[in-house]
Design a protein around this ligand. Structure first.
Ligand code: ASP
Length: 594
């Protein structure tokens, strides 16, 4: 039907006849001449319809925004003074000979250029219109380029693209499962995979050696922050590898991708142990574009006459950390109050600070509600942070995890608010994660997942589970965890030990992962892998603000779909077939009968 895409027209095609198909982006009437901006997937071209092409003009006169047209015409230079060098097709226009309406359109719920004026819900309800916006199409195009490049690179490395089941059993990645009732096994349920973790490990036992999949994963989490109930991973696994092999291959892959798609050169990624990341940046996914660091001052604060500081400073599980912000003395009281509120989200009970106006004047040169409690140590504290005139130093004092989370988040927020970035891209590997984390009751859970290999023997693991480290690694770019993985346990005894430490009894282990434990008996090779969050990767590479912007049909924050109205009710007949009776419905029926 068409000879060219609108967005691909340019000066090299002058005097050529073209046939274009697309949507009316805008229609303007200019003293008897009609201008149509015609849009397709590739961009916008200007169409000129003169009154002397009588039929074409009559048709063009009737068209409205978003009508679907086919236009035949000839390309010519735009007249001097009307050219638009900022637009790819801005030097030329198409003089229409024939205008055919392929379909009409109702007035759209929002004009594409005005998408900001309607709420996201409207955009999601009419997503097919929202996706017509050139920058949305651009994001989908980039997503497609990324998956194409990833596939090409992995295939070249000998990875095989293998699909794993969607209807399966629970895979423990720490979230709630999406369940699907079975019709043939009354009362039983499938779980949608939180990841292909167990299957990819079984593929290694099968001898596949290198597997990858662009895999849909499902996690029924409370959708805080920027999560989606279904999302996509670039999932891979390989046999006879160690950490260096997996990290090396995937670093090359991501670097190759950035080079190919964005022309960015990453160089070698630095590697940082988890403990150092928490210590210096208060986060296991530090944004290294921001030059601020947490500085520990527990030793200095343990003697001050200020319980808020001395308490945590003396507590084994406590921490007092300072964060110096160069030039931050100019922050207003209101701004500081807002930051105090901000750290409250992370459990901090307050935010102490010292403004360094003129250090040479000693205490007099400092402005702070707390400095009076720490006159003896304040100089040393400021020295340790490297504070100079014009700076502000913030303090966090609490349980170590709260300080890390609160001051770590403050560091990121300040970096963003004050635009402190020192570079555009800062990738790194975080390694040496703890095997387990303890909840408030001391119950351990796997920090990664329970198939991750520890870097110690089963005996050592049993003796000191809380200090044991794992062979896991995360790739972090600009403060976003882009991917994570680990070397896995391939030995039955070690796997049983990990389950034991996690309080998963033999019976439970057998019931939940018996098939994996079985497989480990039949010659499982050493193996490991990693999964990247594709949505986050595309978000980072396109500069999108949320992952919803890079998913064609995302769900809302409450895990629903505005467009299809999913999830929806099902008929009583369907429920009956599935042997399901709804509690609420049953109650309503009972009440009705009573
Ligand atoms: N299955 C893991 C996850 O989804 C990734 C991996 O260990 O390969 O986080």
């Amino acid at each position: 039907m068409r000879s060219h895409y609108c967005g691909k027209l340019n000066e090299t095609l002058i005097d050529q006849d073209v046939t274009l198909c697309g949507w009316v982006h805008r229609r303007r009437d200019h003293g008897g001449v009609i201008f149509l901006d015609m849009r397709d997937r590739d961009g916008i071209a200007q169409i000129v319809v003169d009154p002397d092409t009588v039929d074409a003009f009559a048709t063009a006169d009737k068209v409205r925004s978003e009508y679907v047209l086919r236009i035949k015409g000839r390309i010519r230079m735009r007249p001097e003074g009307t050219q638009n060098p900022n637009m790819p097709t801005g030097m030329i226009e198409v003089l229409a000979k024939d205008v055919e309406v392929l379909n009409t359109a109702q007035t759209p719920p929002f004009q594409l250029d005005d998408h900001n004026k309607v709420g996201e819900e409207v955009r999601l309800k009419y997503r097919y219109i929202d996706l017509r916006r050139p920058d949305m199409i651009e994001k989908l195009r980039l997503r497609s380029r990324i998956t194409h490049s990833v596939r090409a690179q992995l295939e070249a490395l000998g990875f095989l693209d293998i699909e794993t089941p969607i209807l399966t059993r629970a895979t423990p990645e720490g979230a709630r499962d999406y369940l699907v009732p079975s019709r043939t096994y009354a009362g039983n349920f499938f779980a949608l995979p939180q990841s292909p973790q167990l299957f990819k490990q079984l593929l290694m036992v099968a001898g596949v050696d290198r597997y990858y999949q662009i895999a849909k994963c499902f996690r029924d989490e409370d959708l805080r922050a920027d999560r989606q109930p279904e999302f996509t991973q670039i999932d891979l696994e390989a046999s006879f590898v160690d950490e260096q092999d997996i990290m090396g291959m995937t670093e090359t892959m991501i670097s190759g991708l950035y080079k190919e798609v964005l022309g960015v050169d990453f160089g070698k990624f630095p590697t940082m142990p988890y403990s150092e990341a928490i210590q210096r940046f208060g986060s296991d996914k530090p944004d290294l574009r921001i030059p601020l660091e947490l500085v520990d001052v527990d030793d200095l604060m343990s003697s001050v006459d200020f319980k808020v500081f001395s308490g945590p400073a003396k507590d084994d599980k406590g921490r007092v950390a300072a964060l110096r912000v160069p030039g931050g003395a100019s922050l207003s009281r209101k701004e500081i109050d807002a930051y105090t509120k901000f750290v409250g989200i992370y459990g901090a009970k307050g935010l102490a600070w010292i403004k360094v106006n003129e250090r040479a004047k000693g205490i007099e040169g400092l402005q702070s509600p707390i400095v009076k409690f720490m006159e003896d140590v304040v100089d040393e504290v400021l020295d340790r942070c490297g504070a100079v005139d014009g700076d502000i130093v913030f303090f966090g004092a609490d349980k170590s995890n709260i300080v890390a989370e609160a001051i770590g988040a403050l560091r990121v927020k300040l970096g963003e608010d004050l635009n402190l970035y020192t570079c555009e891209w800062a990738p790194l590997w975080v390694i040496d994660f703890p095997m387990f984390e303890a909840d408030a009751n001391g119950r351990l859970s796997a920090l990664h997942h329970p198939f991750t290999a520890p870097s110690c023997s089963p005996e050592e693991l049993k003796a000191n589970p809380e200090t044991a480290l794992s062979r896991a690694y995360d790739m972090v770019i600009n403060g976003t965890e882009l991917g994570g993985g680990s070397i896995r346990i391939h030995d039955q005894a070690m796997q049983r030990t990990v389950f034991e430490v996690l309080g998963i009894g033999e019976e439970e282990a057998e019931e939940k992962f018996g098939f994996l434990l079985d497989a480990l008996k039949f010659g499982a090779p050493p193996h490991g892998g990693l999964a990247f969050g594709l949505d986050r990767l595309v978000m980072l590479m396109t500069g999108a603000k949320t992952i919803r912007e890079v998913i064609a049909f995302p769900k809302t924050q409450s895990a629903g779909c505005m467009m299809t109205d999913a999830p929806g009710e099902v008929s009583g007949e369907q429920l009956k077939e599935l042997n399901i009776r709804l509690r609420q419905k049953a109650k309503v029926e009972e009440e009705g009968q009573a």
